[in-house]
Design a protein around this ligand. Structure first.
Ligand SMILES: [Zn+2]
Length: 442
């Protein structure tokens, strides 16, 4: 899942003229330059000729979004069709509001990603995800001149697999493009990326100088793809030795890096503010969140050291990807009509790592102030860990359910989440135990 890439033609400025986050030359969807992958694209276009649906499957950072969009665009151009990019939430809402035939345009190639959640799978969205895939598959089977490219993360596809089979949806081999395997082309591109990283460095004794493809391919990379590993190493070469340690892995190495930055540099003390909102809007300061971390607006005045980690997008393109927009944060809902640009992390994986770093330092504040999408996607109670989540202890789970969710309707989909489910079970057990105790006392 990668945030929709928008080619931005103009630069928004603060009232005093200078944007805190000026455009960088390599502003792009997937950390730096797009990974051109003509081999995959050609295969995908070829596969799409004889069928109406194509699944592009790969780990986070293995070019799912980039390849899917490229296939969509190239196929449309070659066959005189229009093309559109969607987040699945947007499609899910359209299916609820329109009759199925009107959800997609005729003679159009549609790329859909974001399945399961913006950063990681949200268990509350599973039903919606399955239901939407089912309806898209039905469209692909009944309407001739509509084509669909479905970009989906390997882990999310694996989690959904049994349920999809129950719905008689099979992602067949001839309908799937798998991006996780190492091809000759991919090896070559990775070697070029490593060379670029080394050439950009003037430190003679830097760890990057001895970096090679075998090292990068040999490290414990999960849950992200090799391209992204190399791009992340390029953000700060001092991280390279930690990335190469088998027992650490990219998620821990990157979140450790954010932790160190928060300790070391004042500018990074605003990181939890960014994490809570999920974006940074320089035209709107939110004191109710900043106060929770003792952050002032003045602390956001310098950007040089964080510039390489962020990019700008139009907020109206971010909002449709937030599943809880309409039930939890009316302030975000208002932004849907807004055209101004905001900053987000350059890659969703960077947000995940920043979330982990901030949760470790400020667990209660994050549970209280952070956008609910991130909490539901990235926090689990004990025993539910997956590759991208962080564990909350019983006290934190209790705090979240008692303090954060107290004003939300109790009959909504939130009850599907293990954080809330376990808390409810624990509460029932406690009441039962208390009942038995009071009987004994009597
Ligand atoms: Zn270096």
């Amino acid at each position: 899942m990668v945030i929709i890439c928008i080619v931005l033609k103009r630069r928004r400025q603060t009232p005093n003229g200078a944007s805190r986050f000026p455009r960088t030359e390599d502003d792009d969807c997937e950390l730096g330059k797009l990974i051109e992958n003509p081999e995959y694209v050609r295969n995908g276009i070829h596969q799409l000729k004889s069928r109406n649906i194509l699944y592009v499957i790969g780990q986070l950072g293995n070019s799912v979004s980039t390849s899917g969009k490229k296939i969509t665009e190239e196929y449309a151009k070659n066959h005189i069709m229009s093309y559109e990019y969607h987040n699945y939430l947007d499609i899910s809402r359209r299916f609820s509001n329109l009759c199925s035939e009107k959800v997609f345009k005729l003679n159009c190639v549609n790329f859909i990603d974001g399945w399961g959640g913006l950063w990681n799978e949200n268990p509350c969205e599973r039903h919606d995800t399955l239901n939407t895939i089912k309806k898209v598959v039905e469209q692909s089977q009944t309407i001739e001149n509509k084509k669909f490219v479905i970009g989906i993360r390997t882990e999310i596809k694996d989690n959904l697999n049994c349920k999809l089979k129950a719905l008689v949806i099979h992602m067949k081999e001839n309908e799937s493009l798998l991006l996780d395997s190492i091809s000759t082309y991919k090896r070559q591109t990775l070697m070029e990326e490593i060379k670029l990283l080394q050439n950009s460095c003037s430190e003679r004794d830097c760890g990057c100088k001895s970096l090679n493809l075998e090292q990068v391919s040999g490290i414990h990379q999960e849950p992200i793809g090799t391209y992204l590993v190399v791009k992340l190493m390029g953000l700060d070469h001092t991280m390279i030795p930690e990335f190469l340690l088998r027992e650490v892995g990219p998620l821990k190495a990157m979140s450790n890096h954010f932790e160190r930055l928060m300790e070391r540099e004042n500018i990074w003390s605003w990181l939890p503010y960014f994490v809570c909102l999920g974006y940074y809007d320089e035209e709107e300061f939110r004191p109710e969140i900043a106060d929770g971390f003792y952050i002032s607006n003045a602390m956001l005045s310098s950007y040089e050291s964080i510039e390489k980690y962020v990019k700008r997008i139009q907020i109206q393109n971010l909002v449709p990807m937030w599943s809880t927009t309409f039930c939890c944060d009316p302030d975000v809902e208002n932004k849907e009509k807004n055209e101004r640009e905001v900053c987000v992390f350059r890659h969703n994986f960077l947000y995940i790592c920043a979330f982990h770093a901030c949760f470790k330092k400020y667990p209660k504040q994050i549970l209280l102030f952070c956008n609910l999408d991130a909490i539901l996607q990235l926090v689990r109670p004990k025993g539910y860990l997956d590759q991208l989540t962080i564990e909350a202890d019983d006290i934190e789970v209790n705090f979240f359910c008692e303090e954060r969710l107290k004003n939300l309707a109790k009959d909504n989909v939130l009850l599907e989440h293990p954080l809330i489910k376990d808390w409810k079970i624990g509460k029932k057990k406690k009441i039962k135990a208390l009942g038995q105790y009071s009987k004994m006392v009597r």
